[in-house]
Structure formats: structure tokens, C-alpha cells
Write a protein that binds this ligand. Structure first.
Ligand SMILES: *[C@@H]1O[C@H](CO)[C@@H](O)[C@H](O)[C@H]1NC(C)=O
Ligand SMILES: *[C@@H]1O[C@H](CO)[C@@H](O)[C@H](O)[C@H]1NC(C)=O
Ligand SMILES: *[C@@H]1O[C@H](CO)[C@@H](O)[C@H](O)[C@H]1NC(C)=O
Ligand SMILES: *[C@@H]1O[C@H](CO)[C@@H](O)[C@H](O)[C@H]1NC(C)=O
Ligand SMILES: *[C@@H]1O[C@H](CO)[C@@H](O)[C@H](O)[C@H]1NC(C)=O
Ligand SMILES: *[C@@H]1O[C@H](CO)[C@@H](O)[C@H](O)[C@H]1NC(C)=O
Ligand SMILES: *[C@@H]1O[C@H](CO)[C@@H](O)[C@H](O)[C@H]1NC(C)=O
Length: 582
């Protein structure tokens, strides 16, 4: 092949600059700048060709894939990404311009649900103007499109590697972010931007912790009073049309939208519409002179559903029925965390039940025995927080939670609780607060808090008052092995992980910086691991790529926080603790 280029003068200037810059002595592996790193990528000689301005993507028609194809083509042709450290690549003098990316999909009908095949291959040949992206499902094709889009860079012309071969598939099937929209509200656009960024990071589950004690922003057709009275206001709600928008947007980005309606605790906001079904609503959370064990909630904002009141179940069945109708997702998260005995004990009927030798756990069992089978009857797998089984005071007997219908999400005691869950035969989603809580490290939020008086008066002072402090750095997140200490059989029960943004101290102003690029760190670990071929942790190499990826995300409109001074990025290796050549 001969080069057949018409290059504008601006363009040749760029090419000259480009060749000057590529003389930097970088290794070819550092040019594999995709995030998350593919499972296997081969690119024996670092050569690139020009992406034709007429570049097209050919793909079978599919309701959700076709909009993604259109979006990616536009992005590829208009993004004009310029890496901070130009990749050490030469222009091939024998490759034709790349004209077409051809997508083929084996199973066009596979729905977006847990364990759907997300594998894809990507072949960009040296001697053809067509690249190929075969995938098992449209969801795999979307992952491959993202990878391809990250390979294109340059101002004018656009460049793309040639002689490159990728095969890719995630290590863990469940890779998510929890966003809490009850403590503080996020407009729909913020949620869509988050889902878009998730898709770019190959994350596939948006776990929407939509309600809690503080507000109930979800407008449900059968129970409109809950949001009318329990939301922060008419302008801080999610209508059924909003939910449909978010769900469809998720489908077009390969992201499932998994709703969580937390109960029986974390339900103070329900009392605005139904005071009779909520115990201890709107009381002061920790009365003066009382012990920590006798407080009414885990934080300010009290209220728990009353398991002895039949009206509780009437409202709940409407809520669950509506939520299942709004969200096609096959998992339904029913909460079940942090039941605080003091709140139930504040209710006279419950007091009387307990005084007749009834137990707190029996109350929860009654609650679960009434709600769990209903959710299962709606063809949903129920996700609960680990507390429902592992809490010291209020938990159910495992016989109430058949493993085939139950998944437990773990958040305490790091790998220890993951082990407890999977060794009991349950599938687990890992959100260990020691590693995966993105909100930690910003102090505590109750006012007039004497722990900040000098000298320090509390054991929490080392964490700056944050119960789950310190701040989880990207390295903490990247290096966490969610299957640590498990047997291979147990590891199979770990579906994956979710980082969590609880929103007591977050709202749209900090949404992006709290999430990104730390969620990217988990995204790579769950996609292709955190180790190199020799089994060593690869955080050093990852930092260079994550810097570039963060830079690229910022240019895409995601306000991801920086990891290093720009100087470090422009002087590769110079900010390491040990110089790479030593
Ligand atoms: C792009 O397509 C137009 C019209 O189809 C054609 O005239 C032009 O030469 C093409 N350019 C490239 C670089 O292939
Ligand atoms: C690019 O080409 C130059 C000159 O032919 C060569 O010295 C250099 O090693 C090439 N760079 C790469 C990354 O292949
Ligand atoms: C409660 O349990 C105690 C000890 O098991 C028993 O003596 C007592 O009769 C029980 N009270 C009631 C009301 O069942
Ligand atoms: C659970 O509920 C069913 C009826 O729905 C009842 O037959 C069963 O006894 C209950 N189990 C317990 C342990 O309460
Ligand atoms: C129940 O869910 C499964 C997937 O989890 C699906 O294949 C099946 O069609 C559903 N059944 C009904 C009745 O909706
Ligand atoms: C996990 O268990 C080990 C061994 O019992 C213990 O040393 C460690 O502190 C536990 N970790 C956490 C976070 O509780
Ligand atoms: C803060 O709390 C202390 C102890 O309860 C109380 O004496 C003081 O008046 C409170 N100050 C304010 C500003 O609320």
C-alpha cells in the first residue's frame, strides 16, 4: 500500500510535532493507554494510521446498540483527544486510512441483565481499511466501541493504531456505583452524566439508593403521597417519565439501573405521608444522657417501618409493585440495613410484643416473611445488605432467605464478612466501607460536635470525625482484592463490587470529583484485575494510564479530580518513589 494523503499545512505541522514528541524513550506497553486495561491486547509494532474523516461504523440494527453506534461515531470524529504524553507511535507508511469499523453480534436478543456476555474482540489490521469488532451480544459490542473510541486520538488528522488485536471480557460480572439521592437530591442530568461516565469505564450497574429517611424523591403512581409529602419539594422528585429516561439511557449505555427501596430502617421520610406505619419518626436521634446503644438511628434522621402494623405491608406492596414496574432490572434491592433497636422500642405495640418475650429478630422475620416472597413472586432476585443476616441484634434466620433468590451486599469488616456470606452459600456484592466508600474522610455532619474540641476527645479524631475515614484513595480502591481469602468455589459466588457515594455531604456540586477517577480504579480491578502478567500489583503502570484517562474524562465533561501535579505527568517516572531506571 502507498500512502495517499492530502494533508493540510496545519496538519503536517502537527505530524512533525508528533514525530518530535514520539522520540521520547517510552516503552510500547505504556502506549496501551486504554482504561480499564483489556484482558489481552497485542500490538507488536507501535504503528498508527489515519482515521478517515468519512469513517463509519457498520452494525446490525438494534434498539439500544444503534443509538450507541451513532453516538460513538460522532464522539470519535469530534473528540480530538490529545494525550498529555503523546504515545510513542509512528505512522505506518503502508496502511490505508481506516474507513470502517464493522460490528457483528451473535446474539442480538440477549437482554441486559446479570451475567450477560460482555466479551468482544477488536481487530485493526495493518493492511485493510476495515476494522472488525465481533461480540456475543450488543452489550459486548458497546464495550468494544468504548475501547475503539479510546484508541483514536489526534487533532487533524485523527490517528488510530494498526496491527492491533484485543480480546476482552470482564473478570467480574457486576461492576457498579451506588448513588444515594435521598440525603441530597441530584437532578436527572447529573444521573445521566454519571451513567455515561460509568459506561466509558465499562461499569454496568447503577445502584440507585433512591429513598431513605431524609427524603423520598421517587414519584410512585400507586403511592403518590410518599413523594408529594416526603420529597424535598416539587422540584426535587423523579417522575415515572424521569425514571423511564434514566432506564433507557442506561440501556443505550449498557448500564443496568438497579433500584434500592431501603426498608424497614432508613424510612423516616415515609412518615410525612403515613405517620402510623413509621416508628420514632422525626425524633431527636440521640437523646441527651442516653447511651449510644439506645440511640434511635444510625445518624440524624429517624424512622423505621413498623412490622406489627398491617398498613405497613399495604403501602410496601404498592411501593414494591410500582418500583418493579418502573425498573426492568431483574435484581431488586430491598435494603435491610441498620435496624436500630431503640427506634422500634419507642413504639408501644412493639414494646408490648417485646415484653411478652418477643424478640427484635422475630420482628424482622415477620417483616421479611411478608415482603420477601412478594418480591420473589414478581420475578425478582432480592438484594439485601449483609446486616439482615449478620447484625448482632436484629437478623433473620437464613431459612427465610433461600440463596437462589437472595444476594447479600457486604459493607463491614472488609474480606471477613464477604467470607461469611459466601461460605454460607449466598452470592455477594462487595462494597466494603474500608475500601469502597467514596464519601469517607470529610468529617462528620452533626452540628455542635464536641469531638472537634482541642484536645481531641474522641477515638474518631484520627479520622477527622469521619466514621469510615480516612478518605479512600484511588490506590486503596485499586489494590483491594474483593475475593481475598476465598476458595475458588467461594470466589464464584462473588458477583462483583460497587463503590458507594452516600450523599450526606455530597450533592451535584461535588458529584464528579467524589466519584471520579476513584470509581475508575475499581472499574479496572473488576474488569481485568490489578496485577501484571507476573502477578505483581500494577499500580505504578496504572497511575500513568489513569492520569491520561482522568485528563480525557475531564475533556469529556466529567470533572474528575487530579491525581498528581501536571509536571509529574509530563515527566514520566520522575514523581515515583523510586526512579524507574534505578
Ligand atoms: C470522503 O467522502 C467524500 C464524498 O463521499 C469524498 O469526496 C472524499 O474524497 C472522501 N474523503 C476521504 C478522505 O476519504
Ligand atoms: C519511529 O521511527 C523512527 C525512525 O524511523 C525510529 O527510529 C523509531 O524507533 C520509531 N519509533 C517507534 C516507536 O517505532
Ligand atoms: C418469658 O420467658 C421466661 C423465661 O423463658 C418465662 O419464664 C416467662 O414465662 C415468659 N413470659 C411470657 C409472657 O411468655
Ligand atoms: C411465614 O409466613 C407464612 C404465611 O405467609 C406462615 O405460614 C409461616 O408460618 C411464616 N413463617 C414464620 C417463621 O413466621
Ligand atoms: C423471570 O425472569 C427471568 C430472567 O431472570 C426471565 O427469563 C423470565 O422470562 C421471567 N418470567 C416472567 C414470568 O416474567
Ligand atoms: C478479620 O478477621 C481477622 C481474623 O479474625 C481479624 O484479625 C481482623 O481484624 C478482621 N478484620 C476486620 C476488618 O474486622
Ligand atoms: C452545644 O452542646 C453543648 C452540650 O450539649 C451545650 O451546652 C451548648 O449549649 C451547645 N451549643 C450550641 C451552640 O448549641
Amino acid at each position: 500500500m502507498t500512502r495517499n494523503l492530502v494533508i493540510s499545512s496545519r496538519c503536517s505541522l502537527f505530524l512533525i510535532l508528533f514525530f518530535l514528541l514520539v522520540s521520547a524513550s517510552l516503552t510500547a506497553t505504556s502506549a496501551q493507554w486504554i482504561w480499564p486495561k483489556p484482558r489481552t491486547l497485542s500490538w507488536p509494532s507501535p504503528l498508527a494510521t489515519i482515521l478517515s474523516p468519512n469513517f463509519t461504523i457498520s452494525s446490525p440494527y438494534h434498539q439500544h446498540l444503534s443509538p450507541a453506534v451513532k453516538r460513538y461515531r460522532l464522539q470519535i470524529l469530534t473528540e480530538h483527544h490529545r494525550p498529555l504524553v503523546p504515545p510513542p507511535v509512528n505512522l505506518s507508511n503502508s496502511s490505508p486510512h481506516l474507513q470502517v469499523l464493522t460490528i457483528t453480534v451473535k446474539d442480538l436478543a440477549a437482554p441486559l441483565q446479570h451475567s450477560v456476555d460482555e466479551s468482544y474482540a477488536l481487530v485493526i489490521p495493518t493492511a485493510s481499511s476495515t476494522a472488525n469488532l465481533p461480540a456475543e451480544t450488543v452489550w459486548g459490542a458497546m464495550r468494544g466501541l468504548e475501547t475503539f473510541s479510546q484508541l483514536v486520538w489526534g487533532l487533524k488528522p485523527l490517528l488510530v493504531p494498526v496491527g492491533l488485536d484485543v480480546w476482552d471480557s470482564p473478570l467480574f460480572e457486576h461492576r457498579g456505583i451506588i448513588l444515594d439521592t435521598s440525603r441530597n437530591y441530584y437532578p436527572v442530568d447529573d444521573i445521566l452524566r454519571t451513567i455515561k461516565a460509568m459506561s466509558a469505564n465499562k461499569l454496568n450497574v447503577f445502584h440507585w439508593h433512591v429513598t431513605d429517611s431524609h427524603s423520598f424523591p421517587l414519584m410512585l403512581p400507586s403511592e403518590p403521597a410518599l413523594a408529594e409529602k416526603g420529597s424535598y419539594g416539587n422540584d426535587m422528585l423523579y417522575s415515572p417519565a424521569d425514571v423511564a429516561t434514566i432506564v433507557r439511557f442506561g440501556l443505550e449505555h449498557g448500564v443496568r439501573v438497579l433500584p434500592e427501596i431501603d426498608s424497614p430502617a432508613h424510612t423516616g421520610s415515609w412518615a410525612e405521608a403515613y405517620p402510623d406505619i413509621v416508628t420514632c419518626a422525626n425524633m431527636f436521634w440521640w437523646p441527651a444522657e442516653s447511651e449510644w446503644a439506645d440511640r434511635l438511628a444510625s445518624e440524624p434522621g429517624t424512622g423505621q417501618l413498623n412490622p406489627l402494623n398491617p398498613n405497613t405491608y399495604q403501602v410496601l406492596k404498592n411501593v414494591i409493585g410500582d418500583a418493579v414496574a418502573l425498573f426492568p432490572e431483574r435484581f431488586f434491592h430491598a435494603g435491610g440495613d441498620e435496624i436500630i433497636p431503640g427506634c422500634w422500642k419507642a413504639d408501644p405495640a412493639i414494646q408490648s410484643f417485646l415484653s411478652k418475650n418477643g424478640t427484635l429478630s422475630q420482628l424482622l422475620e415477620k417483616f421479611v416473611n411478608t415482603t420477601f416472597p412478594y418480591i420473589v413472586s414478581l420475578n425478582r432476585t432480592v438484594v439485601y445488605w449483609e446486616d439482615i443476616l449478620l447484625d448482632a441484634d436484629v437478623k433473620v434466620d437464613p431459612s427465610f432467605l433461600p440463596p437462589e433468590h437472595t444476594i447479600l451486599q457486604t459493607w463491614n469488616k472488609g474480606p471477613n464478612n464477604t467470607k461469611l456470606i459466601v461460605s454460607s452459600g449466598y452470592r455477594a456484592i462487595v462494597s466494603s466501607s474500608e475500601f469502597y466508600y467514596l464519601d469517607c474522610g470529610h468529617g462528620d455532619f452533626p452540628g455542635n460536635d464536641s469531638q472537634y474540641d482541642p484536645p481531641p476527645t474522641s477515638d474518631d479524631s484520627g479520622n477527622g470525625g469521619s466514621w469510615c475515614g480516612p478518605f479512600k484513595t484511588w490506590q486503596t480502591i485499586y489494590n483491594y482484592d474483593i475475593a481475598y481469602g476465598l476458595t475458588p468455589e467461594e470466589t464464584k459466588l462473588v458477583l462483583g463490587g460497587e463503590v458507594a457515594l452516600w450523599s450526606e455531604q455530597a450533592d451535584p456540586t461535588v458529584l464528579d470529583v467524589r466519584i471520579w477517577p476513584r470509581a475508575s480504579a475499581m472499574a479496572e480491578t473488576l474488569w481485568s484485575g490489578n496485577r501484571d502478567e507476573s502477578g505483581k500489583k500494577r499500580y505504578a503502570e496504572a497511575m500513568d494510564r489513569l492520569n491520561e484517562w482522568r485528563h480525557r474524562m475531564v475533556n469529556k465533561g466529567i470533572r474528575a479530580e487530579p491525581l498528581q501535579p501536571l509536571w509529574c505527568i509530563k515527566n514520566p517516572g520522575m514523581c515515583n518513589t523510586v526512579h524507574p531506571s534505578d
